[in-house]
Design a protein around this ligand. Structure first.
Ligand code: ACO
Length: 377
């Protein structure tokens, strides 16, 4: 009988599976770095396109580089006609993350660089994918709501365009900054489950569309990006700030997970939630939804008291998006658009120094079983 292997590390906790210079999650000190820049240094000062430039090219862009990146993203925002058809034909009650994943996957068939994985082709695909994931989300919402599709406006930044194409009106300055910063804060996060899925996929030399489809599939789950949608449902269920205490007590007593709380890496506050809390308060007050912020804040205090667990990025991003008037079914899609920047950077990093990612498993089944013909079973 073969020799027994080591026990697996459940959830691969603490396992180092890749070198990366893209982002670092310092869970002990509650810090997040993009290419060495502390997120606290960047949040509120930098646009999403600048973060994309940092992640893809390693440096903050100068004015010319930023203008080039911005205009190339805007110029790539139109989808192939067949993808608009796919969005129109999708069942009306299908999960938008499922449609987004399917649409992105289908785009691989129409991409002129589809089967090519050179650095140059990947860079072209990177721009197309990032621009087009935003258009998929905005167009899906407008098609489902019977609203006319809108084209990107070359005078606007990526975040402004995205919100404009989704809602049909450009954001005001407060909304623009909050939404742009939300994208900045979601852009990359070490080897999250979805990022790992992307890297595993390209380690076989499958292309960028395959990798981003795998990442989208992974992000959808409620233990990852799907939590922000669950958060807003929890706030609805609680209804009023006075309902928080009984609700959280009930959840704790029944051993249930509180969505938007806890993290594999952070042992202290998730720095992204600190920034999002500020925008959540500002936007909820502005939108006449201050009760949602109050409920959220009380949940945060109660969960800390009862479980010593802090909010993660999904907790306050839910109320930020709600106050921005983004339909709830698209919350996880917004996260996906922002994280596409990071996924793409990881895909390119993996391609540059690739080795097939293929771990082993600890076999716990039997041996030496005898075959029986079907009549004898
Ligand atoms: N509510 C209640 N208890 C929790 C929560 C939570 N949200 N999160 C962790 N715990 C508890 C667990 O019950 C467990 O307790 P135990 O040791 O007494 O059994 C302990 O904390 C450790 O939990 P694990 O599940 O082992 O931690 P893990 O690192 O595997 O999970 C995860 C991390 C999945 C994020 C978890 O905290 C969770 O389920 N959170 C809720 C879903 C969520 O918000 N997901 C978004 C994550 S951030 C992101 O992906 C963008």
């Amino acid at each position: 009988m073969p020799e027994k292997r080591n026990q697996p590390i459940r959830g691969l906790e603490g396992i180092v599976a890749a070198d990366t210079s893209l982002s670092f999650v310092d869970g002990q000190n509650g810090k997040l770095y993009y290419r060495g820049y502390d997120i606290d240094e960047l949040a509120g000062r930098i646009t999403f396109e600048e973060v994309v430039h940092i992640l893809w090219f390693g440096e903050l862009p100068n004015r010319k580089q930023l203008d080039n990146l911005r205009s190339s993203l805007v110029s790539e925002m139109r989808l192939p006609g067949q993808v608009y058809d796919l969005l129109r034909l999708a069942p009306p009650n299908a999960n938008p993350m499922v449609i987004m994943r399917t649409a992105l996957s289908s785009m691989g068939m129409y991409d002129p660089d589809g089967g090519v994985n050179t650095e140059e082709a990947n860079m072209r695909k990177a721009r197309r994918i990032l621009a087009q994931v935003a258009t998929i989300v905005a167009s899906l919402h407008r098609i489902r709501s019977g609203l006319p599709l809108l084209s990107a406006d070359g005078r606007m930044e990526f975040a402004e365009n995205f919100l404009y194409m989704l809602r049909g009106r450009p954001p005001d300055e407060v909304e623009r900054k909050a939404f742009d910063t939300t994208l900045v804060l979601h852009a990359d996060h070490g080897l999250a489950a979805s990022t790992f899925a992307a890297r595993v996929t390209v380690s076989t030399l499958a292309g960028m569309h395959s990798a981003i489809s795998a990442a989208l599939a992974s992000l959808k789950g409620p233990l990852h990006g799907g939590a922000n949608r669950k958060v807003i449902e929890m706030l609805d269920e609680i209804g009023i700030p006075e309902g928080v205490s009984a609700y959280i007590d009930g959840m704790v007593a029944n051993g249930r997970r509180i969505m938007g709380f806890g993290h594999r890496v952070y042992k202290t506050e998730d720095p992204r939630s600190r920034h999002l809390r500020k925008y959540s308060e500002e936007l909820c007050n502005k939108a006449g939804l201050s009760h949602l912020f109050q409920i959220s804040h009380q949940i945060e205090e109660m969960v800390m008291m009862r479980k010593k667990i802090r909010p993660n990025v999904d907790f306050y991003s839910a109320t930020v998006q709600e106050a921005l008037g983004i339909p709830r079914e698209y919350f996880t899609c917004i996260f996906a658009v922002a994280r596409s920047a990071g996924w793409i950077a990881h895909v390119m990093e993996q391609f540059r120094d690739n080795r097939l990612i293929r771990p082993t498993s600890n076999y716990i089944g039997g041996f030496d079983r005898k075959y029986h013909d079907i009549e004898e079973r």
